[in-house]
Design a protein around this ligand. Structure first.
Ligand code: AMP
Length: 406
């Protein structure tokens, strides 16, 4: 029997209700902030991600689904949506029409990773990008939008971590300081960190290995390497979050894996999903458009992992099972009447199920509880001959006889 591919998941009818719930949140919340939806293709030119995400990242280095199409062009299944959205902004010159471009997206992403709880090879992200402003207001807006998206799903078990990684000059002087410190503790670090630190010492701060965490606990803080302007900018964002009543913690060890970030980076975390504790995050990417060969355009955005949000909603039992409003139970003599009633109830907006198996009246009655309906309309031989229907509330078991003409 052919099975689905490892790392992918079928979403079965029994699980679809939570997807519909969360998709409704996606469709309503970004609009509250003036964001409009953008949809881009599932695959792009491989060079987009090499340039837009960065060749030094795990995503580009190890995780992309890359293939040559029949014309010999190298294509990649998108591992994220910021680079595709940036491409579309440039391609259609979207900034020309609006000085600040606000878009949100939702869709499948692909990464060749080891599957586990909360980690798949095909997964979904929802996110937003605000392009065209260098001001801290846009950073705060993006963080508030992401926060509201998560809380509108009913999720409460999450924390917000924020940091500033400054300008590329500030980062490079911090890099030297950090590398000196790490070198002086080299033998205490994990083998992995020792191998990676010369190329990208900031990544050591992200390590989950206890030995690295112990060394990094006393590492110099990037916040001490920020100049006055960057510090002021970061303080302004914190002030805006505080006045919006949002709880956050400043985490100088938060650097995030992508090459394109500068200044603000943030992440939403949970302690309810084991090692896959990141719900999502983002940051400011003032250099992204330049790396795609365009003139500089400032931007800030985030991406959240939809499967992880859904896992939390399921854990917190925030999921309503799908159900229907009415099940129609008919004897053979009531088939036509039943079909007519079903259609008129549907015209009134009710969700109605009828029996299409031609099962006996008795068999339909026996399965009444499996229908997940609120009401049953019952048309047995007696009801049909007397021109009535029996309406039963399946929760309270109250019932009432109503004339068909009513
Ligand atoms: P990133 O673009 O790596 O920052 O990812 C943003 C968010 O997407 C992460 O915090 C996760 O919630 C989610 N995510 C990333 N990779 C995966 C994956 N392989 N499976 C499920 N969710 C993922």
């Amino acid at each position: 029997m052919i099975q689905n591919i490892k790392g992918t998941k079928d979403i079965l009818p029994t699980d679809i209700a939570v997807w519909h719930t969360i998709e409704n949140v996606f469709r309503t919340i970004p609009q509250l902030y003036g964001y409009e939806e953008i949809r881009t293709p599932l695959f792009e030119s491989t060079s987009l991600f090499k340039r837009g995400v960065g060749e030094g990242t795990d995503i580009v280095g190890k995780e992309m689904y890359v293939f040559d199409d029949k014309g010999g062009e190298s294509l990649t299944l998108r591992p994220e949506l910021t680079a595709p959205v940036a491409r579309a902004i440039l391609q259609y010159n979207l900034i020309r029409h609006y000085p600040t471009l606000r878009v949100w997206y939702y869709g499948a992403c692909f990464r060749y990773e080891q599957p586990q709880l909360g980690r798949q090879r095909q997964f979904h992200q929802v996110g937003a990008e605000c392009a065209g402003s260098t001001n801290p207001e846009s950073d705060a807006e993006i963080i508030l939008l992401a926060h509201r998206l998560i809380s509108s799903c009913g999720i409460t078990d999450f924390t917000l971590h924020i940091n500033s990684i400054g300008t590329s000059e500030e980062r490079s002087s911090y890099r030297t300081l950090l590398l000196d410190y790490l070198n002086s503790h080299r033998t205490e670090l994990s083998e992995d960190a020792q191998r990676r630190m010369d190329k990208n010492p900031l990544r050591t701060l992200d390590s989950k290995d206890e030995r690295d965490k112990a060394v990094c606990a006393n590492a110099p803080s990037i916040l001490d390497s920020l100049g006055a302007d960057s510090s002021k900018r970061f303080a302004a964002i914190q002030e805006m979050l505080s006045s919006a009543g949002i709880a956050y913690s400043v985490n100088p060890a938060l650097v995030r894996g992508l090459d394109y970030y500068s200044h603000t980076v943030f992440e939403f975390r949970t302690d309810k999903l084991g090692s896959q504790d990141a719900l999502g995050g983002g940051g400011r990417y003032d250099n992204l458009f330049e790396s795609l060969g365009a003139k500089p355009i400032p931007g800030v955005g985030f991406g959240l992992g939809v499967e992880r949000l859904i896992l939390l909603m399921q854990q917190q039992q925030l999921v309503e099972a799908s159900h229907c409003d009415v099940v129609i139970i008919t004897s053979q003599s009531g088939l036509t009447e039943g079909a007519t009633i079903a259609e008129s109830l549907r015209s009134a907006g009710l969700r109605v199920k009828t029996d299409v198996q031609r099962r006996s009246f008795k068999a339909q009655l026996k399965d009444i509880d499996k229908s997940s309906a609120t009401y049953a309309v019952i048309l047995g031989d007696d009801e049909v001959s007397s021109g009535n229907a029996l309406i039963k509330n399946l929760a309270s078991h109250e019932q009432q006889i109503v004339a068909l003409s009513d």
